[in-house]
Design a binder for this molecule. Structure first.
Ligand code: NAP
Length: 243
């Protein structure tokens, strides 16, 4: 076994954990999927690209023998989270899931929960202008929506957007005032989001509340059974340091 900790990353939490571990003198290797052009790189060592499924990750763990793995990937990155759980179980590797809490409705919110992007597209079918903030990979689900779509993503979507779609390329954090102005400018009637949680992109929820707009939220996939889970970087840091 090496002293290295493998952090499965691609989130702000993963970068903050890597920085905190490096500051404690821990040898950290962060792993990124390689999806985003010009990613913000974490402190410590970095590897980029997939492992080749659960079997590939298990083989990697056997070869490199990290002292622990922290899966700090996005709450909706279900495949890598499932692969990490499977690979950790078969190789006997300590695994922690770090996942920020989801959002909670406030008085005045009109939130409509759905289980998938396809259900979200059905839920917005009767609205005029739909603000789609589900990320580049989720945009295709809204191709058949009859109304106008305002799509915002960090990188351009892979597939061409349907006619009548306005694309905004932007990376959070966003301000409430900015979100209110944007929704007014485009005449937004409904907002669609995944329940990503966190502060960087929650201003759209406050703006929707202020404007009296409904929000369609896609529920998170569940964490694989039996995987220890924490909600904060501080808890993840303590977990690693205790090993
Ligand atoms: P996913 O569907 O769960 O994973 C698809 C495949 O991408 C995995 O099977 C794995 O390939 C590879 N992969 C994913 N994360 C990886 C990592 N950290 N290191 C190495 N390989 C990784 O993931 P996704 O939803 O496409 O997200 C990809 C990355 O973007 C994740 O790291 C995630 O944290 C980040 N991200 C995702 C979202 C989102 O909404 N889904 C939002 C913001 C950031 P192999 O099977 O070949 O190992």
């Amino acid at each position: 076994m090496t002293g290295q900790v493998l952090v499965l990353g691609g989130t702000g939490e993963a970068r903050r954990l890597a920085a905190a571990l490096v500051a404690e003198g821990v040898d950290v290797l962060s792993s990124l999927a390689g999806r985003v052009a010009g990613p913000v790189l974490p402190a410590g060592d970095v590897r980029i690209g997939g492992f080749g499924g659960a079997d590939g990750l298990a083989a990697w763990l056997v070869e490199h023998r990290p002292r622990a793995v922290v899966d700090a990937t996005h709450p909706f990155a279900a495949r890598i989270t499932g692969n990490a759980a499977g690979a950790a179980a078969v190789t006997g590797t300590s695994l922690l899931r770090l996942q920020r809490p989801g959002w909670t409705a406030q008085p005045g919110d009109d939130w409509r929960w759905v289980d998938s992007l396809a259900q979200a597209a059905d839920a917005v079918a009767g609205f005029g202008t739909v603000f789609v903030t589900t990320g580049r990979q989720g945009v295709a689900a809204f191709a058949g929506v009859p109304g106008r779509c305002l799509v915002r993503s960090v990188d351009p979507p892979d597939h061409p957007l349907p006619a009548g779609t306005t694309l905004l390329l932007a990376r959070g954090p966003f301000s409430v005032a900015g979100e209110v102005a944007l929704m007014r400018e485009h005449g937004v009637d409904v907002v669609v989001t995944k329940d990503s949680g966190g502060h960087l992109t929650e201003a759209k929820l406050t703006a929707a509340r202020e404007l009296g707009l409904p929000v369609v939220l896609v529920r998170r996939p569940s964490v694989p059974a039996g995987v220890a889970t924490v909600g904060t970087v501080e808890e993840a840091l303590s977990w690693v340091l205790a090993r």
